[in-house]
Ligand binder design. Sequence first.
Ligand code: NAG
Ligand code: NAG
Ligand code: NAG
Length: 430
Amino acid sequence: MMLLKRGRLLLLLKLTVVLGSVWMFSLLIRPKTGWDPTYIFRYGWLEYTDADGGPEKVCNCSAILQGEREALLQAKLLTITKAFRKSVHIPDEYYINATQDCRIFKLSRKYLLFPLSQEEEDFPLAYSMVVHHKVQNFERLLRAIYAPQNIYCIHVDKKAAASVLSAIKAITSCFPNVFMVSKAVSVVYSAWPRVQADLNCMADLYNASTKWKYFINLCGQDFPLKTNLEIVRALRSLKGGNSLESEKLPGEKRWRVTVAHEIVDGKIQLTGKVKQPPPFNLPILSGNAYIVVNRGYIHSVLKDNRILALIEWAKDTYSPDEFLWATIQRIPGVPGSTRPSPKYDITDINAIARMVKWQWHEGSQGSLEAAYPECQGSHVRAICVYGAGDLQWMLEQHHLFANKFDTDTDPIAVYCLERYLREKALAELH
Ligand SMILES: *[C@@H]1O[C@H](CO)[C@@H](O)[C@H](O)[C@H]1NC(C)=O
Ligand SMILES: *[C@@H]1O[C@H](CO)[C@@H](O)[C@H](O)[C@H]1NC(C)=O
Ligand SMILES: *[C@@H]1O[C@H](CO)[C@@H](O)[C@H](O)[C@H]1NC(C)=O
């Protein structure tokens, strides 16, 4: 009986939203903790429904998330259909126009404009987002992680197309807690400026608010695997620790830090000069660009003289993003760090920062070498761009975020993931 009533109410509310009624907005008062019978009145309309969806709505996401063959096959077929992919694509200009009225934009895109719980409100997060193209991916990602208590620094590559910069500026201008980095750089793949982009956001975020507890860096093709509440709980359970890949630097990568490099015509090159050893004889560890670290770690990055010297020293190395954060994580005295002893090594699989499927670690369950099942999407630079068929396995992992997603090549993976997360976030209110 109750269910029936709720169902009808929901339908009624969906209708009102479709009609663009603004009176709903006035009902958005702060949630109480615990079960609230007026839940549907206040929050039900925030679910993503077929009515908001683009052409992806023909897919059955619950079947896809359960790994059902038929549904996955249908998704795969759609994904390789050019006309379908084209119909899903949203041009940059759309965002410039749609954000002229921010209130309507946020309502129609169903952004969460109030903290969903006291626990989340008391544990604000800081995000650095480094983007260079694919505005649609960026906006879907921002919407998935947006909460008013968090803050977001957006770094758009200086080389990015004008329409990308305009569209992202337009989107960020709709939110008081989302801002463009104060100093943008021209990012060069595998070279220092990639790190500088994150460093500039770290400084801005540190300066912008004293409240946030943890820092997470993202690129435009990441997507969360957890709700904000789940992220907050995972971070609290770190008890002040950090979570990032940090292991012994393999011998075949040592040249990256022993020989100097320079940027020529936007590309990194060897100079042939031999570098001095790292300052303070700091042991160099191997990791990746993606980190989950506490506020104190960021303070150290910005202020600790040993780290400032390490940063200067690292500027002519190859792919510094793949050792700098990992090295800092093992410097004694850095909040949340662990000792340099190899006993504390942690792989990308064991850290919670990022799920990435490298082509050479994929394979069947029977294989002793394989770290994860085969990629169900496509590969870019030997990294899996997830397909709908990757979701079921991925959602069983402990990682907070996964890389890479691409709404241009596999829109259904993002579509089903965002629906799943929103439904879960609203269910957590009960
Ligand atoms: C979607 O898939 C689920 C799980 O198999 C099934 O229970 C449901 O009926 C399907 N929905 C539609 C509209 O086909
Ligand atoms: C621009 O956005 C408004 C709503 O904000 C909409 O009514 C209009 O159709 C849009 N124009 C274009 C060219 O997309
Ligand atoms: C941020 O930087 C500005 C300018 O450098 C300074 O005036 C302001 O006090 C800083 N804010 C915080 C919270 O540190």
